[in-house]
Structure formats: structure tokens, C-alpha cells
Write a protein that binds this ligand. Structure first.
Ligand code: F6R
Length: 606
């Protein structure tokens, strides 16, 4: 949610703190701040809004510290203003926090009763007061920190400075990720490997409940019980910490264009191209599996819905897909013979993680389809199914979606073969189809020019309706989600058959209606829905393929013709047009494409 960086450096760190915060800005951009140890005291610089505003503050009032911490905030408790911006400060303690302290109200009342006063509305400030109160009893910094951690309920990743401790940064994680970066006579703390990426590729992923004391040369790590532990140092590949936009204006644009390669790399990890057979990593016996339970949020949930269509149809294996925030609180009926599959780009989404843990506690085997392979989910499941699309920085998910769908498609084919619903020849045919998908996605991206023209009209709309049948009904949800989140235009995605049961009332000559209809077994039905909306004045944007275009009813305002594809991969191919439409509408509206208002990339609060 929020981004954290800490540096015990040999030279002034302000510039590097800011550099890292820029990389973390995708996690939250309500306010930003840094603090550093200067002459035995700690100084702060904070600003409302984006990192740019913080840079201006720093230009006016430089910070010379060689040990410092930084934060970019996605507001939970308290409005996004300077008073609520991190770092927070109390007595000798200055700290930054990602997460939510659930028992903060009672802790705050206790601290207030002891005469402490607060300068912000945040839950974070109580942590600074608690540590300071422990220090005042004479405890050493690390012990005061541990005593405080023991009193916190909720989620946190923390980076802490203590006045009088010149070369010390304390860190801790529970429920929110935190990594240590090892430099040459310098140590780093960050929310993820991207945060420390410009400074080192030697990274230690802290375990749940760990806390750490960093100085110039060492990271002393302790587990939740207070025992000293060692955690392995991983060398992170440069590609995993690269985040350049290249010639693109936005990360989202780049990531849309990255998709053929991202899907190709992903598919290659799940099939054997030489034999044209599936090769799913991990120990899952699809033949014996009774059911799959997919849990996820947002776009990852929609990828799961696409997976359900494919897996049930091909493998006759029941799949339930549920929004994690609902699933985790409703006591769903589960059986140990089922496999829970979490879908998550970040691997840290709080609701998905809780749903996953719920299933594990019921004795279910677990898997995650995930981009961040060192994330909490990846470390807690029995089987990790990575997507290989590279880091996704744009807040709106694009390449992670198609990579997730690629994995589920390979799983659908593998499960079908294992369960005997397809034979070896059909498996080979389908694997070849899947291997062809990246080329077709690339062709679909070439529709960008045509989509740009449509975007000008859609940008004027107040409401937009997306319709589709079969897997395209899921893509209709995704099209609407993408448009809403980055262009702020109200949009709804519907299974086209539901049209007559309510949404058709929305149709008038001002409402663009995007119909997703490749030439598949649902095509005729989708074409009828197109006629129905046109009869009511609806302005249809018909997104079909080279086969469907020959059979489309007359009268659509615009027809977009994607390359024809086997139904196995049509969702992958049809994704680019709807992503590009949302992207170009948002650009025309002058919206902040990569960092849309109120959103953050990784939602580690429920
Ligand atoms: C939408 C989007 C979000 C995420 C959702 C889940 O474009 O990006 O809806 O899909 O927050 O995030 P992950 O996949 O990290 O669990």
C-alpha cells in the first residue's frame, strides 16, 4: 500500500531516498516524506501529494543526513495532508509505516492518559510514542522496539530512526512485506526489491514477524520470539528491479505493449514447446482433484473467472471463483479434496491472503498464480505458479492479467489431459494454439491506431456499457474496470444475456456500448444483443475478429477487427483492444494514467 525506504549510508542519503520513493510511488501517492539523523537529532521533510512536491520542499530545505528513512503514503487513517504524512515523530523516535494498527484507538487512549499529545490523526503515530515510552524506561533501542511490536495488533512494515543512534535503522514486518538490501558498507530497507534496486541486487526477504537492526555493515535479524535468525541473501536478477518506461509515455502503455513477450515467457514455463505437451510445475494431481476454489480481488479475480470458463469446459473440473473480501468473511463450505488457487499480481493483497489462509486452515492444498515470487502468498502456499511478465508498475493491471490468463489456460489443458476429457492429440493441438497466442496478441496491439480514434468519442461519454458472452463476459467486466479506474468514466460490464433483465434501460444514443464478440459459439447470441441495443439508439463499438466481421449485423457505429483465434486464447487476444481503449480515453481526458486517484498498486489493507 504505502512505500518504505531506509538507508544507513556512507554519504548523504536524501537524493537516494527520493529516487527510491519515485520507484515506490505506484504504491501510494497521497503524501511523501523523508527523515534523517543530523547531528544527533532527527529532521523531517514532508509534503502533501506526489514526490515532486517533496522534492520542492527538499530543494528549499536540504537534508544532509547519511542515515535516513522515506515514505510514500496511501491514506488509511487520517486525511492526506502534511500533518498526517510520514515520517511520524515522538520524543526520540521517528518512523514510517505501511499497514494498519487495529488496536491503535486503545493504545492512543492509554498514551493520552499518560500525558502524551498527538500531532496527527494516524494510527502510525502511536507506534512512535510507544517506542519512545519504552526508551524512556531505559531500554536499548532494539529492546524498546521489540516491546512495542509485542503490543501491536494488525499489519505493519516499519522503518525507524532513533535520536542519538547515528547509524541505525530498525525495521519490522508483519502482514506487510519488507526487504533488507546489502550494499558495500551501506545497508538498505525497502518495501520490495524495487525499492532497493538502484543500490543493490543482494536482497534478504524478511519473514513474517521478523524485526531487524541495520547498521553500516550488518543486518541483525530476529524472529517474532526475539531469537536471532539468519535469512538467506538472494541475488535478484536485474530484470526484476528494472523499471524504465523506455519510449512510452506511461508504464501502462509500455505494459500493454509488453504483453506478447510477457505471455510468451509465461507460456514457455507451462508447456514443452518441443513435444507440444503441457508441463505444469508443482505437485498437483489434476486427475484426482475434486474442485478448484479461486480467490482473488479486482483484475486478478476477473482472470480467475476466465480460468473457470476454460477449466470447467475443457477438463470438466468444477471451479468456484470468489472475490476474496467476501469469501474470507462468510464461512464458505470447503472440503479438503479441493485446491485453493489464489490469483495475485503482488502476492500481498490482504483479502486474498486472508482467504488463502482460511482455506489452508481447512486443510486444503494451496497454490498461487503470482508475479512477485518472493511475496507472502508465494511463501505460504504449497505450489507457486509464477507469471513471467516482469514487474508491473502501472496501477491498472494489464500484462499481469494476460499472463495470469495464460497460466490458467495451460492449467485447463493439462487438467483436461489428466482427467481424460481430451486425448494426447488434442493436448498437442491446444498447446500449439497457446504458443501462437503471443503473436496474435501482438497483432491485436496493432489495432492501436483504430482504437485511438474511437477513444475520442468514448472520452465524451458519461456512461459506457461493456457486453460479452462466455469468457467475453469476464472481459466485459475487465474492460469496464479498466475504463473506470483510469479515466473516471462510469462503466458497467455485463454478461450480454443479462441485458434484457435491467441494463438495457441504460441504453440511449449517448451511451457507447462495447460488445466483445469473437466468432465463437456465442457469436450469434452476441450479434442479437447488438441488434437489440441498436434498435434502442445504442452506439455500438463492435469488437470482433476477422471471421466475425463477415457475420456482424449492419449498423454498428464502429467495428474493430482483431485477429481470429481459437476460443482457447480469444480472451488473451481481445484483451489488448479494451486495455488500449481505456488507456487512450484516459490520456485524452488528461488523467494520471499510471497513478489514478484514490488507488494504489498493492492493497495490503482489507
Ligand atoms: C485493476 C487492478 C486491481 C488489482 C487488485 C488485486 O487494474 O490492478 O484490481 O487486480 O487490487 O491485486 P493483486 O493482483 O496484486 O492481488
Amino acid at each position: 500500500m504505502c512505500g518504505i525506504i531506509g538507508i544507513v549510508g556512507k554519504a548523504p542519503v536524501a537524493e537516494r531516498l527520493v529516487e527510491s520513493l519515485k520507484r515506490l510511488e505506484y504504491r501510494g501517492y497521497d503524501s511523501a516524506g523523508v527523515a534523517g539523523v543530523v547531528g544527533g537529532g532527527v529532521q523531517r521533510r514532508r509534503a502533501k501529494g506526489k514526490i515532486k512536491a517533496l522534492e520542492e520542499v527538499l530543494a528549499a530545505e536540504p537534508l544532509t543526513a547519511t542515515t535516513g528513512i522515506g515514505h510514500t503514503r496511501w491514506a488509511t487513517h487520517g486525511a492526506p495532508n502534511v500533518a498526517n504524512a510520514h515520517p511520524h515523530h515522538a520524543g526520540r523516535v521517528t518512523l514510517v509505516h505501511n499497514g494498519i494498527i487495529e488496536n491503535f484507538a486503545e493504545l492512543k487512549a492509554e498514551l493520552a492518559a499518560a500525558g502524551r499529545t498527538f500531532e496527527s490523526d494516524t494510527d502510525t503515530e502511536v507506534i512512535a510514542h510507544l517506542i519512545d515510552a519504552e526508551l524512556a524506561t531505559g531500554l536499548a533501542p532494539i529492546d524498546a522496539f521489540k516491546a512495542t511490536l509485542d503490543r501491536l495488533t494488525g499489519a505493519y512494515a516499519l522503518a525507524v530512526l532513533i535520536e542519538g543512534a547515528e547509524n541505525l535503522v530498525l525495521g519490522a514486518r508483519r502482514g506487510s512485506p519488507l526487504v533488507v538490501g546489502e550494499g558495500q558498507g551501506e545497508m538498505f530497507l525497502g518495501s520490495d526489491a524495487l525499492a532497493v534496486g538502484p543500490f543493490t541486487n543482494r536482497v534478504i526477504y524478511l519473514d513474517e514477524g521478523d524485526y531487524v537492526a541495520l547498521d553500516h555493515d550488518s543486518a541483525r535479524i530476529f524472529d517474532a520470539s526475539g531469537a536471532a535468525v539468519t535469512r538467506p541473501v538472494r541475488v535478484v536478477p536485474t530484470s526484476a528491479v528494472m523499471m524504465e518506461k523506455g519510449n512510452y509515455r506511461h508504464f501502462m502503455e509500455k505494459e500493454i505493449h509488453d504483453q506478447p513477450e510477457g505471455c510468451q515467457r509465461t507460456i514457455a514455463a507451462y508447456v514443452d514447446a518441443l513435444t507440444s505437451k503441457t508441463a505444469i510445475p508443482g505437485d498437483v494431481d489434476f486427475a484426482k482433484l475434486e474442485r478448484i476454489q479461486i480467490v482473488a480481488c479486482g483484475t486478478s479475480y476477473i482472470a480467475g473467472v476466465v480460468g473457470k470458463y476454460l477449466i470447467e469446459q475443457l477438463a470438466d473440473l468444477p471451479v468456484d471463483v470468489e472475490i476474496a473480501s467476501e469469501f474470507r468473511y462468510r464461512q464458505p463450505a470447503l472440503r479438503p479434496g479441493a485446491l485453493v488457487v489464489a490469483m495475485s499480481q503482488s502476492g500481498e493483497t490482504a483479502d486474498t491472503l486472508a482467504a488463502l489462509r482460511y482455506c489452508k486452515a481447512k486443510g486444503m492444498k494451496s497454490a498461487v498464480v503470482v508475479n512477485a515470487t518472493e511475496s507472502t502468498m508465494a511463501r505460504e502456499v504449497d505450489v507457486v505458479w509464477p507469471i513471467h511478465c516482469g514487474p508491473e508498475i502501472g496501477v491498472a493491471s494489464t500484462k499481469a492479467f494476460t499472463a495470469q490468463v495464460s497460466v490458467l489456460t495451460a492449467i485447463a489443458v493439462a487438467a483436461a489431459k489428466a482427467r481424460g476429457t481430451i486425448d494426447a492429440a488434442e493436448e498437442q493441438r491446444l498447446v500449439k494454439v497457446l504458443l501462437e497466442a503471443p503473436r496474435l496478441i501482438a497483432e491485436a496491439i496493432h489495432l492501436e491506431g483504430a482504437i485511438k480514434e474511437i477513444a475520442a468519442d468514448v472520452a465524451k461519454a458519461r456512461d459506457v456499457l461493456y457486453l460479452g458472452r462466455g469468457p467475453m463476459s469476464a472481459l466485459a467486466l475487465e474492460g469496464a474496470l479498466k475504463l473506470k479506474e483510469i479515466s473516471y468514466i462510469h462503466a458497467e460490464g455485463y454478461a450480454a444475456g443479462e441485458l434484457k433483465h435491467g441494463p438495457i434501460a441504460l441504453v440511449d444514443d449517448q451511451t457507447p456500448i462495447v460488445i466483445l464478440a469473437p466468432y465463437d459459439s456465442w457469436f450469434e447470441k452476441s450479434a442479437s444483443n447488438m441488434s437489440e441495443v441498436m434498435a434502442r439508439g445504442g452506439q455500438v463499438i463492435f469488437i470482433t475478429d476477422t471471421l466475425g466481421v463477415k457475420h456482424a449485423p449492419e449498423g454498428a457505429k464502429v467495428v474493430v477487427t482483431a485477429p481470429a483465434s481459437d476460443p482457447l486464447v480469444s480472451t488473451l487476444v481481445m484483451s489488448a483492444p479494451i486495455q488500449l481503449l481505456a488507456y487512450h480515453v484516459a490520456v485524452l481526458k488528461g488523467a494520471d494514467v499510471d497513478q489514478p486517484r484514490n488507488l494504489a498498486k498493492s492493497v495490503t489493507v482489507e
